[in-house]
Ligand binder design. Structure first.
Ligand code: SAM
Length: 409
């Protein structure tokens, strides 16, 4: 083996990957983008969740002999792992535009004796996906899009290429534009009105899902998010895609929408496209009368399915207990299952500051909201966020009733 490669094990796969010691910053941190072929051990969590997502999806929908396309494959780790670890996967394509990556994928495929099941391609991902759909007429069960930065350039081709009832996993590492921290770039890339709010990590996930849903509607397809989450420097969403103009229209009107936001007091309200503009006709904040800002169109519906997440939880606690990140995955899934259906996300710390009161305990706010008849939970996105179907005014009532006045302005 060359000195710039090491042998590693991830899940059930053996892999040659770039030797991290050769691509390390002066502070000792490995920089995967410096290596000739990209492999980031920190993304094992993402890949482990992807394995569980596909297993849960194939079980839930009774799919056999699934065909998977890993469109931006790097070392080929995903395609190889889908073949080795997901029970109903038949064949995979592992594709990368870079010949160095393709070379390494071929070696890794051989190392795992998967020559008969992993087909290696060396094309631009969009060209490949259009070809697979329009020329080769392949029925693809899962497309995995794991690019550098934004998955935006591959959204249309993947939605077109996936079979009816198939699945797509997208990774996005461009959190700053998506979330509104870099709102001009986000606005351009994802074609939305954007501003940075105190719950910007939630905005980012909804901008991403909203963009995918709008592209799907263009193609008379509609999406169901099975699981969506933030982890460290990336978002990952795993969606089911179905076809039909009527349902696509229904999705557009009822699951896409806008948030109106007051950057003075933090007030916000969520509207579906069919409810927008608000019946009051006013875009003034009802609590402080400032001009409201508009965010959207974004996804305003569930970011996952509780049944689906429960299936993943069962799997990670049983057959998939061997996954390197199984404990962390269980923790994430346990939080996610509570929060996926809540339309509103509020920040207890910034809301308390704006109200001039001390920050109450998160659990007390959650209890208070539940006591007045709404759902409420913590969020995996940030420890200062809560998820609820209560509106802003009820949330603030709870914050104020629980907090003692302070001098914080
Ligand atoms: C983030 S890496 C993929 C990492 C890999 N999926 C994993 O889990 O380790 C992105 C890969 O996309 C490849 N790539 C970049 N642009 C591409 C394109 N237009 N078509 C196909 N592959 C592309 C790069 O060569 C790189 O290997």
């Amino acid at each position: 083996m060359e000195k710039d490669l090491i042998l590693t094990i991830e899940g059930k796969a053996k892999l040659y990957v770039p030797n991290p010691k050769m691509y390390t910053r002066t502070n000792g941190v490995y920089e995967p983008s410096w290596a000739p072929v990209f492999y980031n051990p920190l993304m094992t969590f993402n890949r482990d969740v992807s394995i569980l997502s596909l297993e849960a999806a194939l079980k839930a929908y009774g799919v056999r002999d699934a065909f998977v396309v890993d469109a931006l494959a790097g070392t080929g780790v995903r395609a190889i792992r889908y073949c080795l670890e997901v029970s109903s996967v038949g064949k995979c394509i592992a594709n990368d535009i870079d010949p160095k990556a393709v070379n390494l994928i071929n070696r890794n495929v051989k190392l795992n004796s998967l020559e008969a099941r992993v087909i290696v391609r060396n094309e631009d991902a969009n060209t490949l996906l259009y070809k697979l759909k329009l020329k080769e007429r392949l029925k693809i069960t899962l497309i995995d899009i794991d690019p550098y930065g934004s998955p935006g350039p591959y959204v249309r081709s993947s939605l077109l290429a996936i079979r009816r009832g198939g699945f797509i996993g997208y990774t996005a590492t461009d959190i700053a534009p998506l979330s509104g921290a870099r709102w001009r770039a986000g606005g351009r890339k994802y074609d939305v009105l954007l501003t940075k709010t105190d719950t910007y990590l939630d905005t980012g996930l909804r901008v991403l899902l909203g963009y995918i849903a709008r592209k799907a509607a263009e193609l008379e397809r509609y999406i169901t998010p099975c699981i969506s989450f933030l982890r460290g420097h990336y978002y990952r969403v795993f969606i089911k895609v179905d076809k039909g103009a009527r349902k696509a229209e229904e999705m557009r009107l009822k699951q896409l929408g806008f948030i109106t936001y007051c950057n003075s007091c933090g007030y916000r309200a969520t509207f579906t496209l069919s409810e927008f503009p608000p019946k009051t006709g006013s875009l003034r904040c009802p609590t402080c009368n400032k001009q409201l800002l508009i965010i959207g169109p974004i996804w305003v519906s569930s970011i996952g399915q509780r049944d689906f997440i429960d299936k993943m939880l069962d799997l990670v606690r049983s057959r998939y207990g061997y996954l390197q990140t199984s404990k962390d995955i269980s923790k994430l899934l346990s939080t996610l299952r509570e929060e996926v259906n809540a339309p509103n996300t509020f920040n207890i710390v910034s809301a308390s500051r704006a109200q001039g009161v001390n920050v109450p305990k998160r659990d007390s706010v959650i209890e208070c909201i539940r006591a007045i008849g709404y759902s409420a939970s913590k969020s995996h996105l940030n420890s200062t966020y809560i998820r609820t179907n209560a509106g802003w005014l009820d949330f603030i009532r709870c914050v104020r009733s629980l907090a003692k006045p302070s001098n914080v302005s």
